[in-house]
Design a protein around this ligand. Structure first.
Ligand SMILES: [Zn+2]
Length: 292
């Protein structure tokens, strides 16, 4: 059974795979920050809300990844609540089948078996500062996805979505999802200096001091960039990917490959943007080479 964990006078969260924020202004008409990672978490959340007599008035999706939006449809149908997401993410919330397409550069292999590749589309409005009650703040957190945002509740609690991952996530996944690696690093550095009472990453417990974890994220991303760079000596993507995977002790099945290959391409693109490597075509092969 889920328990709401209190963070401040009006702010709670549910600790699950993708943490869910709950803000009760005092009248029981609550705002959810994300809506559940799985049907089980959605049904547990529904029970916990019912026990308190709370009703969902609004859902704010931090971004459109499947593990943050599964409950959208259920709570809209039950409460008639409005769903908000930032520009661009709102499109993906409404058209979730596009998400794996851009990650895999086409229809993904094994798409019917993988949870992340199942459509979870639901109608959503574009999130503007005016859409939220007074005292909320919306903070762009680019990098992990196209236009992810963090949300601060009026009692000074930050929900940071996937901008800051746990060290276990880096260790277990090897190459977690980052659409734009360099912007992710900039975002993590910015979060290290963020002021607030509490900070809630989506995949780690709430903390009062986010700086150590934010700095660990910067280190983890820089370390991975260095590993990619060490293998860019005239090789194809697949050759580099195999070498990096061995260094990071990663194993694959078709589903995991479909999830991760886009993250590896993002790593290589960050090195191109740095001017550290270049890419050229050799027939139909794309070859990556270190500069200098
Ligand atoms: Zn995500």
């Amino acid at each position: 059974m889920f328990q709401f964990l209190p963070l401040a006078a009006h702010t709670y969260y549910l600790r699950c795979f993708s943490n869910i924020g709950v803000y009760d202004p005092g009248d029981g008409n609550v705002i959810l920050i994300d809506s559940g990672d799985h049907r089980k978490s959605v049904s547990d959340l529904d029970l916990a809300l019912s026990e308190r007599g709370w009703r969902v008035q609004m859902i704010v999706n931090t971004h459109a990844h499947a593990d943050h939006i599964v409950g959208n449809r259920f709570f809209r149908e039950k409460y008639g609540c409005t769903i908000f997401a930032s520009e661009t993410e709102q499109f993906f919330v409404e058209h979730s089948a596009v998400e794996p397409g851009y990650n895999f550069l086409g229809v993904p292999i094994n798409r019917k078996r993988n949870f992340f590749f199942k459509p979870h589309s639901e109608k959503a409005e574009i999130l503007t500062p005016e859409a939220l009650p007074a005292g909320f703040e919306v903070l762009p957190l680019p990098g992990h996805s196209l236009n992810m945002v963090g949300i601060k509740t009026p009692d000074d609690v930050w929900f940071l979505a996937d901008a800051i991952l746990s060290e276990e996530t880096f260790r277990d996944y090897g190459l977690p999802m980052f659409f734009d690696v360099n912007r992710s690093i900039e975002t993590a550095k910015m979060i290290a200096d963020l002021q607030g009472k509490l900070f809630v990453p989506a995949h780690a417990p709430a903390v009062t001091d986010i700086r150590p974890l934010a700095e660990a994220n910067v280190r983890a991303l820089e370390e991975r960039k260095a590993i990619f760079l060490s293998h860019c000596d005239g090789h194809t993507f697949e050759e580099i990917f195999c070498a990096v995977s061995a260094d990071l002790h990663m194993t694959f099945d078709l589903d995991k490959y479909a999830r991760v290959c886009g993250n590896a391409r993002a790593m290589l693109q960050s090195l191109i943007d740095d001017g550290a490597i270049t890419a050229h075509m050799d027939g139909a092969k794309m070859i990556y080479t270190r500069i200098g």
